[in-house]
Design a protein around this ligand. Sequence first.
Ligand code: S3P
Length: 193
Amino acid sequence: MHKPIRKIILVGFRATGKTSVGRLLAEHLGVEFLDMDRVLTERHGKISQVVAEHGWDFFRARERELLKELVDLQEGVIATGGGAVLHREIWPAMRESGLVVWLTSTLELICQRLGSDPASDSQRPSLTGRDIRAETATVLTEREPLYRAAAHLTVASNRPVAEVAGEIEELLRQDAGPEGNVSRSTTINQRVR
Ligand code: S3P
């Protein structure tokens, strides 16, 4: 019997709407919403301070621990941090545990959002020491192949949050429909755009 998907893992670069889309999606699906950055902040303090005091390797280790815990959840919507996809060894467990959705956006919009989001200062310390635009262009190019390979499907997020969440819900409905007994990866990967 095909089981409807009740676990969604959102991946994607900084400021691509993982938190706002995830929150809405969880509300619509009636499941718990978990934001990795938020949990990490509750556990270890502000990300900017953690990185300033202990460095990126320490942060990545804490992130890896949390991601491993979250793949064990039966259901829920998880907004990962933009760098969670660096933990390649966890991709198989992530993909097995739920539907992994890559939220994409444009360089322009990401830079605009990074500059205007008040959470950026505490949540998004510089990854390279370069200015926002140069850093985003470089890191995005490095990470795009990782997001693509880790995710079951890709959804453009440079539009209203409700539309993005609605598209993901529609894909879930189709997967749970009469054809839903086709394996998850087959059904969903055909829809990648
Ligand atoms: C990071 C993205 C951030 C946060 C941390 C590292 C990254 O999450 O986890 O600053 O490496 O891109 P958001 O994607 O929620 O901004």
